[in-house]
Design a protein around this ligand. Structure first.
Ligand SMILES: *Cc1c(COP(=O)(O)O)cnc(C)c1O
Length: 428
């Protein structure tokens, strides 16, 4: 569910007309719904109520300071993947003691910074990294709290670029090697405090089955590690999928209610109902690391149509946002629903919606039946809140778009549009 819907023929975010935001702030423009962010956080929190848990928002999905500040106020911790993300969390008022640090390639500078800030846990992805972490902590006279990321070799059934829990992926340590690694750490690595175990099998999972499979497979290992090394937490990762097709319709509760149990996309309620009973009684704190679920459907990218180009084979709608602003279609074959801000009739035309970038991969859809919008009109690329702005670049020397946060009838600029001077700042 989310805060975007047509009211009296105009697409609104909560109580704010998106067209008025596009006119005031220009396009391309990212717009987020604060109500949706809070709602998603609270629903997931409620679904996990049966176990001692903490939700660590995956900062990489959307790292705007205002988004982080809102989630910190809700009680979120944060899962970070770089020193830069830790810096952002601290700037947003987040508490490092509620931060976990993931990633296969942490640098010495990042490790030192995170140690000095007192993060909750380094989520370590290899034996080599654990040894290095012990060494750096020792040199600083500190003890590094750590969990190892187990690779459970479970198929997440998602796009190959966002599948992370199979043996052929670069992430984590093989399931069968974990026990020996913890024993070695306890014996030989005095500057490591083994605090937990972590896993994350992939992103945009639309079925609860792979989560259940991974939890059942890893649970006996967690019990062993608790008995032998006194670990206190188990992070079961992020990865809860969202609706990309039918994104607009899925904003209303009726859309969900009308679905049978088999056809309904994954909900937090189902996730909780399947996962919580399997985690009860472990006596461990359960960490979750959702990114996309919290923020994906809470954001849209507004873009204005510049030209309609009728080629011999196709009709192209050329818009002012490009793959530099939203790379998901080019990178992951990601699907974003495209909806006009003025509620359309039922007529559809077959088009490609493309950006201005000099790359053939610069498209938002190909051969899709869409309402016929014209040059000058603004459309919304739905479900663009996660892995949207954070992956934007200055490719083709295009300034980064502005970002807006809507809360009820209020809207505020949470990041200003880059200027031409910003583009060359720092260059000689
Ligand atoms: C990316 C990532 C997440 C978040 O994934 P979502 O699919 O956005 O929920 C969580 N944990 C780790 C370790 C990640 O790398």
């Amino acid at each position: 569910m989310h805060g975007f819907s047509y009211q009296n023929g105009s697409l609104l975010c909560e109580d704010v007309d998106l067209l008025s935001l596009a006119e005031t702030h220009g396009t391309p423009l990212y717009v987020y719904s604060a109500g949706t962010l809070r709602n998603h956080f609270r629903r997931l929190d409620a679904a996990l109520a049966g176990v001692d848990h903490e939700i660590a928002f995956a900062v990489k999905s959307n790292s705007n300071l205002s988004v982080l500040r809102l989630l910190a106020a809700e009680g979120a911790g944060f899962d970070i993947v770089s020193g830069g993300e830790l810096f952002r969390v601290i700037k947003a008022g987040g508490n490092p003691a509620h931060c976990t640090f993931a990633g296969v390639g942490k640098t010495r500078a990042e490790i030192e910074y995170a140690l000095q800030q007192g993060i909750y846990s380094f989520n370590v992805e290899s034996e080599e990294e654990l040894v290095y972490l012990n060494q750096v902590a020792g040199e600083l006279g500190l003890v590094a709290p750590a969990a190892v990321r187990v690779n459970p070799n479970v198929d997440a059934h998602t796009h190959k670029y966002i599948s992370t829990g199979k043996s052929e992926n670069k992430f984590g340590v093989d399931f069968g090697a974990i026990e020996a690694l913890y024993d070695r750490a306890a014996r030989d690595l005095p500057n490591i405090k083994l605090r937990g175990l972590q896993m994350h099998i992939g992103s945009q999972l639309t079925s609860v089955k792979p989560f259940v499979e991974a939890v059942e497979k890893v649970k006996p290992l967690v019990e062993t590690l608790k008995a032998r090394h006194g670990i206190e937490f188990w992070s079961i990762g992020g990865g809860i999928g969202i609706v990309y097709h039918d994104s607009l319709e899925s904003g209303s509760p009726e859309w969900w209610d009308a679905k049978s149990d088999e056809e309904r996309p994954l909900t937090t309620e189902l996730y909780g109902a399947e996962i919580v009973p399997r985690l009860k009684g472990l006596g461990l704190k359960i960490l979750l690391e959702p990114g996309r679920y919290i923020v994906g459907n809470a954001g849209v990218l507004l873009t204005r149509c510049l030209y309609e180009k009728k080629g011999t084979a196709k009709t192209f709608k050329i818009v002012d946002a490009g793959m530099n602003d939203l790379i998901r279609p080019a990178l992951y074959e990601g699907h974003h629903e495209i909806v006009p801000l003025k509620q359309p009739g039922t007529e559809r035309v077959l088009v490609d919606v493309v950006g201005p970038i000099c790359e053939s991969g610069d498209f938002f859809c190909q051969n899709r039946e869409l309402p016929d919008f014209q040059p000058g009109e603004v459309v919304a690329l739905m479900s663009a809140g996660a892995y949207g702005f954070v992956m934007a670049s200055n490719y083709n020397s295009r300034p980064l778009p502005a970002e807006i946060l809507v809360d009820g009838a209020e809207s505020k600029v949470i990041r200003t549009r880059q200027t031409l001077e910003d583009l060359i700042a720092g260059e000689l």
